[in-house]
Design a binder for this molecule. Structure first.
Ligand SMILES: [Zn+2]
Ligand SMILES: [Zn+2]
Length: 280
């Protein structure tokens, strides 16, 4: 068993009830997760429209932030090992709106993520319109713009953790190599800002078939002293804590010996579990 914290999962496909939440916790606990950071998307809330507003966002039932923060607070008060997190879209030029949103609830930590490139949601796996854009666009420019925005997210000082740092690889569609230089501005900005990154196992369940970030990028972060959280990015209960043994293997092989948790946006380090003998 791997005592770890899952600092990235979403309840949004179910109701804010103890029963729905407990299904995530049960799956995570069976994999050794002892602390759970819930990270609903900022764009699921009415208040988030000030940051990101488009037809896709409005096609969902929008909740009030208070419904979410109040629910997590009540569950924590009842003794569940929960932290109030958030996955916030970073939108260039909306820094003040993001700051205002983040001031409205007592978050323990905030992930800053880039899912939209100037109006194009590039991570809709299997969506025809999304894939048509992938066919149409120059991949070098896509990667360059993604990492440029990610650098902006890090430099903004708004976030505690940068979410799935190389999400742009999600479809497994890369520019012709070498392209890793395109990530350098983001790597430098993340290290300079003192922000953490996450090892996110959801990439294993996407076309790219590998964690975010990939090994080369995680090694760079380690060399630069960037702290890490671990997250499953589960949207369904059975994915909570999924593949954390593999995350530990990757972290360990890249030289990490600690991971990070947060309380009221203050960082704390915990010892990283040792990899299981059988895995390597
Ligand atoms: Zn995300
Ligand atoms: Zn997520």
């Amino acid at each position: 068993m791997t005592p770890l914290a899952d600092y990235h999962f979403h309840l949004e496909r179910g109701p804010y009830t103890r029963d729905w939440l407990e299904r995530f916790l049960a799956a995570g606990r069976a994999r050794g997760v002892t602390e759970f950071g819930v990270t609903e998307h900022g764009h699921r809330f009415v208040e988030g429209l000030a940051v990101l507003d488009n037809p896709w966002v409005r096609s969902h039932h929008l909740l009030r932030l208070e419904e979410y923060a109040g629910f997590v607070g009540r569950m924590a008060a009842e003794g569940l090992p929960l932290r109030l997190g958030l996955e916030m879209d970073y939108v260039s030029g909306k820094e003040e709106e993001i700051r205002d949103f983040l001031s409205r609830a007592p978050f323990d930590f905030v992930l800053g993520s880039v899912h939209w490139l100037d109006g194009w949601g590039f991570d809709f796996v299997g969506d025809e319109a999304c894939m048509a854009e992938w066919e149409r666009r120059d991949r070098r420019q896509v990667f360059a713009r993604y990492f440029e925005l990610l650098a902006g997210a890090a430099s903004s000082g708004l976030f505690d953790v940068i979410g799935h740092a190389d999400l742009v690889k999600i479809m497994g569609l890369y520019p012709s190599p070498p392209w890793s230089d395109l990530a350098e501005p983001a790597i430098g900005a993340i290290a300079a800002a003192g922000v953490a990154v996450e090892v996110n196992t959801a990439g294993l369940r996407r076309p790219v078939g590998e964690m975010y970030p990939g090994e080369w990028l995680l090694r760079r972060f380690r060399e630069l002293g960037v702290p890490v959280t671990v997250g499953s990015d589960a949207h369904e209960p059975e994915d909570c804590g999924r593949d954390f043994d593999r995350a530990v293997d990757l972290l360990w092989s890249c030289g990490y010996r600690e991971y990070t948790v947060f309380r009221r946006r203050r960082r704390e380090s915990r010892p990283l579990p040792r990899p299981k003998e059988s895995s390597g």
